[in-house]
Design a protein around this ligand. Structure first.
Ligand code: EPU
Length: 420
């Protein structure tokens, strides 16, 4: 197994280019199962989660080729409908093949995604949505078995105790595109990745109204065709590099970002005192005065993204004063707290809220990555800590950050990979 080693204390400087969004790529790849025709996905990031999704497509009988950042998917005549445990257990997002498989083939068998370190991740909304479209759902031997030759449009409220669900919205919307009649999804997620999926489905011939809103209206069509699509940039990767610049008191320019996807993060960083400029699509980050502590609450889009919470906490750990983070999407997503503590951070947990007392200096330590975003937080902490930080279980990072050590090294970080 690999680990990352970081020698901290070097301000980052220079330009970094952002990759395509992982969380847009995964449902869009699943959507190719809705057609028999060739689809081309551009700006695809080379990540472990993307290759897991490609393996799932191949296991269904779909032809897939990835070269550089271009994926060509040829689904014609794929004939299997089972997403096996072996693959689903390595990536929860595999569940998003459920909607497209049942809509196209009338049958889907998808392993139930297992436990997750960021807390409970139920799938009731996925099942409620697919059932409302008329599919028969059974749970057998750890698999969801969905059958429905003739799905029919419906009116569904898709909210849970924590609000809208990104992948449940994706699943139900995909199934609705080939259902007879009109489907209305109330409390739909409107994350930029959902909008990207809507844009892709529309290119395939789907009829969807309500883009960028919480109410989607989908008029089913008989068939969908192939499409070519360029994925949006990864807003969480952008946010992570903005924070890498801020935490090292550096000056990084970020190329290929879409500032309009980052409203609340930019707002919060300006409240802290960061200067963020957008010049012709290049975001530049500068610090000219001491940062101020802030409070952040994670919420569904356009609220503060839960996927930026851990990285934000790393920055708060070295910001003088008391900051707070309240997690309202995954109230147990705090695995990074104790690892940041090993590096000298002072963080107290009270239910879903973390109170962070900024310290002058973190110190390098051996720490363990527990999930993708927690790992990113440890990298940020390692970049500013005094001395050497060893981050084990780095495979979590490889799920979601393309060439992270290469990109950071080019910005002047001392970071490298070693065998454990
Ligand atoms: N929820 C339910 N029932 C469901 C589904 C979700 O109650 O059937 C709850 C969840 O427990 C959570 C809330 O709804 O409290 C929102 O979860 P959501 O379904 O939106 O999460 P997801 O779609 O499974 C995606 C991202 C996650 C990201 C969340 C929230 C992908 C592939 N994953 O997951 O990304 O944290 O939305 O924005 O799009 C990551 O990239 O590191 C990551 C975990």
């Amino acid at each position: 197994m690999d680990k990352l080693v970081i020698e901290g204390g070097f301000p980052l400087k220079g330009e970094v280019e952002i990759s395509g969004a992982k969380n847009a790529a995964l449902p869009i790849l699943a959507a190719t199962l809705l057609t028999d025709e060739r689809c081309v996905i551009k700006n695809a990031p080379s990540l472990r989660d993307v290759s897991t999704m490609l393996k799932i497509l191949r296991s269904l009988g779909v032809k897939v080729q990835m070269q550089n950042s271009r994926i060509v998917v040829t689904p014609s005549g794929y004939n299997k409908c089972v997403a096996p445990y072996k693959l689903v257990s390595t990536m929860r997002a595999s569940i998003c093949v459920l909607g497209s498989l049942v809509a196209k083939k009338g049958y889907a068998e998808v392993s139930i995604p297992g436990g997750c370190v960021i807390g409970p991740r139920p799938i009731d909304l996925h099942l409620k949505g697919i059932k409302s479209l008329g599919a028969n759902i059974q749970i057998k031997a750890g698999y969801i078995i969905a059958q429905g030759k003739k799905l029919k449009g419906c009116h569904i409220y898709l909210g849970g105790p924590f609000g809208s669900s990104v992948l449940a919205t994706a699943n139900v919307m995909m199934a609705a595109t080939l259902s007879k009649g009109v489907t209305i999804i109330e409390n739909a997620a409107c994350e930029p990745e959902i909008v990207d999926l809507i844009d892709f489905l529309t290119k395939m011939g789907a009829k969807i109204k309500g883009r960028n809103s919480h109410i989607l209206e989908i008029e089913g069509v008989k068939r969908l065709g192939g499409a070519e699509h360029t994925l949006i940039p990864d807003r969480i990767e952008v946010g992570t590099y903005i924070l890498a610049s801020a935490i090292t008191r550096g000056q990084v320019s970020i190329k290929g970002a879409r500032l309009e996807h980052l409203g609340v993060l930019i707002d919060k960083l300006k409240e802290m005192g960061l200067t963020i400029a957008n010049d012709d699509g290049i975001i530049s980050v500068k610090i000219t005065k001491p940062l101020k502590p802030i409070n952040v609450t994670t919420l569904a889009y356009p609220g503060f993204p839960t996927d930026m919470q851990a990285q934000m906490m790393a920055l708060m750990s070295v910001t003088e004063g008391i900051s707070a983070v309240t997690e309202k999407i995954y109230p147990e997503r705090f695995m990074h707290v104790s690892e940041l503590g090993r590096m000298g951070a002072e963080i107290m947990l009270e239910g879903p809220t973390a109170i962070i007392k900024g310290v002058r200096q973190l110190s390098g330590a051996s720490v363990m990555a527990s999930d993708l975003r927690a790992s990113a937080a440890l990298v940020l902490a390692g970049l500013v800590a005094k001395g050497r930080t060893d981050i084990s279980r780095v495979y979590h990072l490889d799920r979601g950050y393309e060439k992270i050590e290469e990109k950071l090294s080019r910005l002047g970080a001392k970071i490298w990979r070693e065998k454990e």
